[in-house]
Design a protein around this ligand. Structure first.
Ligand code: ZN
Length: 318
């Protein structure tokens, strides 16, 4: 298959775009309701990667009736709900992507654990171990939303991955994952030139790892932004949109409630993430003709193409 056939755009032309929202879990019903209102007002269909088990609240998604009601409303309004790991522990799905580590504190946590527990981690990252953890995630989703909504897509926390993860996803019948980020800046608070560059070994197009399609995502353009850097983040999104347009690749952005909301310190930064995304969505639609759909819609379009459209990045797997 020629390199030029590797395009992933809607049949009517223009570009696919998707807003994916991570990390909601039991206890977050009011946050989901606010997000659904915000998305509805903008005619946006989003993908929510939800944490199946909240360690903090010692509660699964389905034990929070208010949250399940909000998720049902979300489904009725065309949104999508998929698992984000199991309880969002740093190493549950593999080694966090070191390229995308957001700050020194997180780097120190990763370094300490890897120095102390490397043998245990290798054991924990076996196909069967990850598989039994993620099977619980899938069951929690089925219990919350019904068997008709058994997840076929996935994202791990902290972009963590390993070979066992892809095997485990395959065993569970999960068809695609959007775990990898194409840019180091994915969850950083300050944009820098190096950190927003798309790295060649991930790239903007899907690729196979065994029978699971990896659909990489880009940045969180509204993560605790400040009045000083909001314009810079919108400019980063514009650079990424230009590259997506050049490569005819989907623009898949990431967000998270607390980041959108901001700390409110200074007060002028409160809700600035929402404002950043307001601007990014408007630019994507008006200047790049983007059609916002769920990540699952983009993944299904990629899966509908001949298998050899997308490269296999794990030739040595079998
Ligand atoms: Zn997360």
């Amino acid at each position: 298959m020629a390199e030029t056939d590797r395009v992933l755009v809607p049949s009517e032309g223009s570009l696919y775009a998707s807003l994916t929202i991570d990390n909601l879990s039991a206890g977050d019903a009011h946050r989901l309701v606010r997000l659904l209102d915000w998305l509805g007002e903008r005619d946006l269909r989003a993908t929510f990667f939800m944490i199946p088990y909240s360690f903090q609240n010692q509660s699964t998604l389905f034990e929070d009736a208010e949250l399940v009601t909000a998720m049902q409303r979300g489904l009725d309004e065309g949104h999508e709900f998929l698992p984000h790991g199991f309880d969002h522990e740093l190493f549950e799905c593999g080694i966090p992507d070191l390229m995308a580590v957001r700050d020194e504190q997180m780097m120190a946590r990763i370094a300490r654990t890897m120095s102390r527990e490397t043998f245990q981690l290798v054991h924990q990252h076996a196909r069967g171990k990850i598989g039994s953890t993620l099977e619980r995630s899938v069951r929690i989703f089925e219990t919350a939303l019904g068997e008709a909504h058994r997840p076929t897509g996935f994202r791990s926390g902290y972009h963590a991955f390993c070979r066992g993860l892809y095997f485990a996803l395959e065993d569970l019948g999960i068809k695609w994952t959007s775990t990898r980020t194409a840019v180091p800046a994915a969850w950083r608070r300050e944009p820098t030139v190096e950190a927003d560059e798309v790295v060649s070994w991930v790239g903007l197009h899907p690729y196979w790892v065994g029978d699971v399609l990896e659909v990489p995502h880009l940045c969180n353009y509204g993560y605790h932004v400040s009045p000083d850097n909001i314009d810079l983040w919108v400019a980063v999104a514009q650079r990424h949109l230009r590259q997506c347009a050049r490569e005819q690749a989907p623009f898949i952005a990431v967000a998270q409630y607390a980041g959108l909301r901001g700390s409110g310190d200074p007060v002028a930064s409160r809700d600035l993430g929402f404002e950043a995304y307001e601007r990014v969505v408007k630019m994507a639609r008006e200047d790049f003709g983007c059609q916002f759909v769920t990540a699952g819609t983009i993944a299904e379009a990629a899966l509908a193409k001949p298998k050899n459209t997308w490269p296999n990045r794990d030739e040595y797997r079998r």
